[in-house]
Design a protein around this ligand. Sequence first.
Ligand SMILES: *Cc1c(COP(=O)(O)O)cnc(C)c1O
Length: 377
Amino acid sequence: MSQIPLVDLKAQYLSIKPEIDAAIQRVLDSTAFIHGPEVTAFEEEFARYLGVRAAVGVASGTAALHLALLAFDIGPGDEVITTPHTFYATAEAIAQAGATPVFVDIQADTCNLDPTRIEAAITPRTRAIIPVHLYGQAADMDEILAIARRHGLRVIEDAAQAHGAHYRGRPCGALADAACFSFYPSKNLGCYGDGGMVTSDDEAFIARVRRLRDHGRVGKYEHVELGWGYRLDALQAAILRAKLPHLETWVAQRRAAAQRYNELFAGSEVVTPAEREYNRHAYYSYVIRWAGDGSACRDDLVAHLTRSGIGVVIHYPIPMHLQPVYRSMGLGRGTFPVAETVADQVLSLPLYSEITPEQQARVVEAVFAFTRRSQLA
Ligand SMILES: *Cc1c(COP(=O)(O)O)cnc(C)c1O
C-alpha cells in the first residue's frame, strides 16, 4: 500500500510548476542573486498581505528571531519570556542574542503560552515576551499584550507556523511590536531552502533589522555596527512570490482537511485539536493527543502508524526546560507539568493542502486499528 507522507511538497510543486519554474528562470536570467528586485518585491507583497508597514527578508526563521531581539537592543542581562513547548529555535534565538529564556507553562487545550502564568515570571530584567502561534493557531494575544503594556515589555510573535492564521479577524504577524516568520520548506508558506521574514509597523526597527541582516552596513563598505550575513536570497524570494497568491486557498484546504479529521475522529478517545472560536487556525500541523500508557502509549501509536506507512512526527517530544543544552538552568521534570504532559501525548498526522479524503480515511482507520486493540487489551 502506498505511503501517506506527513507533508507532500511534490504535490504542491506540481500544482503550480509553470509559475515556480518561470520564477526561478527569471532570477537565473537576471543573475541578481543577492538583494535586488525579487527580494524587495516579496518584502512589499508580504507586508501588504499582512497589512503591516514593513517587512525584511532574512535567512531563516531563527535569524528573524535573533535579529528582532537584537534590533530591540535585547541582550546580555535581559530575560525573555516564552513557551517551553515549541521548536527549539525560539529559545535558541533568545540565547543567541545573549539574553536568558524564561519559560512559562502552556494552556492544556491549545498548547500555547498561558497568559495567566506570565506575570509571576516577570522580573526587573524582563524585556520581552515571545508567544509562539503553535501549530498555526494564535496565542491569546489580547491578554499577552495587556500584560506587556502594564510592564513595559516588547512582544515579538513567533509566527513561524502561522502564515495565514488569524486572531480575532486580524492576521498573525500583524498583532504585536514585531513578528518573525520562517519559510522552511514544510511551513504553510515554504521556499525551497531556508528563508525568513521580520514584520512590523515600526519602520525604524525594520531599518535596523535590515542593517543587521547585512553586516551592519550602511554604504557598500561602511559598517556601523556588528551585524550578520542573514540575507534572504533572490531565488527563494522569487519562489515565495509565486506561492504567496495561493496561500489563502492552501489555508482553506488545510482547514477543510482538519475539519474532515475532526469529523472522522468524533466520538472516539482521540483528542482532536482545540480551536478557539475567535481564531482562524491555519493548521500548520494537525496535532492529536493520545493519553494511553503502558503498551498503548503515544510512542507505540507512532510506531504502529509508521509501520502502516503513515508519516507521523511528534511536535515536540522534549520541552525546552528538559533539553540537555539548558540543563544548567536546573529546571527538572515537574517544573512545567502541562508542557510535560503535552509532550508525552501529542502527535502530528499527515496534513497538507492536497491531502485527499481517501488518504485521511486511511490515516484514521490506522489510528482506530491501534486504539481499538488497546481498548481490548
Ligand atoms: C520553524 C520554526 C522556527 C525556525 O525557523 P527556521 O526557518 O527553521 O530557522 C522557529 N520557531 C518555530 C515555532 C518554528 O516552527
